[in-house]
Unconditional design. Structure first.
Length: 507
């Protein structure tokens, strides 16, 4: 029996993203899927900018852009006729792309890298012991016992792997039901915007999708008809008026849950995507959260399997992605409350919304929140403060003039060239050309215990950012001592004992 270095259960977008990242790093991950054919239908459609980095690394961003539709603004239509139109800006613009397209593009990327999806393989049992995970499965050729060094569960909200590992899915159902419809709608409205109609008797959200289709959704009671007539009623009662359904590809009613698995990493098993967490669909966060799980895990797992990183790096997955999931569940819970208020509370909400727009907070705070830029991690690598930013002296000339602390995303003023290219750790030094920071950065890159690319950004004041392969800040500072500490951080996470190359010594 051939032992797989990594087994991925589930070939939705999240499982495929993990598989692509591993195969591109030379790791022959095996991917199994219970379904006979790929899922069809739009399902999750909104992909936020941080998630599109996953597409870029997989080599599918250009194709996704051609097949998708960029959203340039968000319009909040308040009762009484006032509209708050918020231009998102390039850094916050989501891409509308049906989930079936996302899966198809990722699977094609996996095949180009040398991998493939084994379909009609249904997992029936999982056992983790010592340095091996044993998985029993039913395949088209009969029962099979699979041994793997590492198991990634990407098998959805009803995860068999999670159940077999005895992991609780902690939380509760969301009582609010939603009507969701897609099709063609005739009428005048901005096609490159997401529209939130916040009426006194309820809300409705609609946005354009590729191919001239429109997605419409709104919270509805159980008695609301799940028919084209029911969708038209929703638009007439809560929308702007003048919109008429031409034809519908899909209409259904669904409910959701707010749950996070009690454990995201146990033994040699990891939960990602809907197997790890689920929440209200408002804000379009679900698939983005799952693809960021993949982005977080893949570089760590690859580093361990390839013998570059110590297995202890895998212990950071749980606290980082748990904090991210908790942030998103809280945020979507609040979105749901805001968009399902009664008439009296809705009037207060709309006044508050106007105040947010007038002060600029809607653009500066709420828009980046929806775009995913405000998801941050505890400082798991160096053990420092997980919050805040440190001033960088006169670095104010380099917008925004502050160095983000560990656990934050790389700031927007970091040049794309410093974060693009093959995944890996990157050191960005700031200061005069060929100054002390530049020279020390080059020296650290040459001596680093892990592969490290160095770039220098000319600025009057000196500083540095050490960026992780997933674009998060691993370390930052303004002094030579802090830069030396960053070098010691890399040494700590590097593989110290060559005998653990396969990661089989445990994490």
């Amino acid at each position: 029996m051939k032992r797989s270095p990594v087994l991925i259960v589930g070939a939705g977008p999240v499982g495929l993203a993990v598989a692509c990242a591993l195969w591109q790093r030379g790791i022959e991950a095996r991917v199994v899927e219970a379904q006979t054919e790929p899922h069809t239908g739009s399902r999750a459609v909104q992909l936020h900018p941080p998630t599109l980095r996953v597409f870029r690394e997989a080599g599918i961003l250009d194709e996704a852009e051609r097949e998708g539709l960029r959203i340039r603004s968000t319009s909040y239509h308040l009762a009484g006729g006032r509209t708050l139109r918020v231009a998102l800006g390039t850094e916050n613009e989501p891409l509308m792309l049906p989930q079936e397209n996302t899966s198809r593009l990722l699977e094609a990327a996996l095949e180009r890298a040398g991998g493939r999806v084994e379909r009609s393989v249904r997992v029936t049992d999982v056992a983790a012991a010592g340095d091996v995970v044993t998985v029993k499965a039913e395949t088209p050729h009969g029962p099979e016992v699979i041994e793997t060094d590492w198991l990634v569960a990407a098998d959805g909200v009803r995860s068999v792997v999670r159940e077999k590992l005895g992991i609780d899915f902690v939380g509760s159902p969301v009582s609010t039901g939603f009507l969701l419809a897609e099709g063609r709608i005739d009428g005048a409205f901005e096609r490159d915007a997401v529209h939130y109609f916040l009426g006194r008797t309820g809300s409705v959200v609609f946005a354009a999708m590729p191919g001239g289709r429109i997605r419409v959704s709104g919270a509805v009671p159980d008695s609301h008809p799940v028919t084209p007539e029911g969708v038209q009623q929703l638009l007439d009662e809560r929308g702007p008026g003048g919109l008429t359904i031409e034809d519908l590809d899909m209409v259904n009613r669904f409910t959701s849950q707010e749950r996070i698995a009690s454990v995201l990493h146990t033994e040699r098993c990891f939960l990602v995507g809907d197997a790890a967490h689920t929440h209200s669909p408002l804000g379009g966060q679900g698939l983005n959260l799952g693809l960021q799980d993949a982005h977080n895990l893949a570089w760590k797992l690859a580093g361990v399997v390839n013998g570059e990183l110590h297995p202890r790096i895998l212990d950071t997955y749980e606290p980082e992605r748990r904090q991210a999931a908790e942030q998103i569940v809280r945020a979507t819970h609040q979105f749901l409350k805001v968009f399902t208020l009664g008439p009296a509370a809705a009037r207060v909400r709309n006044r508050a919304w106007s105040a947010l727009e007038a002060t600029g907070l809607l653009r500066r705070w709420f828009v980046p929140l929806l775009a995913g830029w405000r998801v941050h991690y505890p400082d798991t690598l160096s053990g420092g403060s997980p919050h805040g930013e440190r001033k960088a002296g006169r670095l104010a000339a380099a917008r925004p003039g502050r160095l983000p602390e560990p656990g934050r995303r790389a700031p927007h003023w970091v040049p794309p060239a410093a974060v693009d290219g093959p995944p890996g750790f990157r050191l960005l030094t700031l200061g005069p050309a060929d100054g002390g920071a530049d020279r020390r950065g080059r020296a650290l890159a040459r001596a680093s215990a892990v592969p490290l690319r160095h770039d220098h950004l000319v600025r009057r004041s000196s500083g540095f950012l050490l960026l992780r392969p997933d674009g998060y800040v691993a370390a930052s500072g303004t002094s030579p001592t802090e830069l030396a500490d960053a070098g010691r951080l890399l040494a700590r996470i590097a593989l110290s004992d060559p005998s653990t190359t396969s990661g089989r010594e445990g994490a």
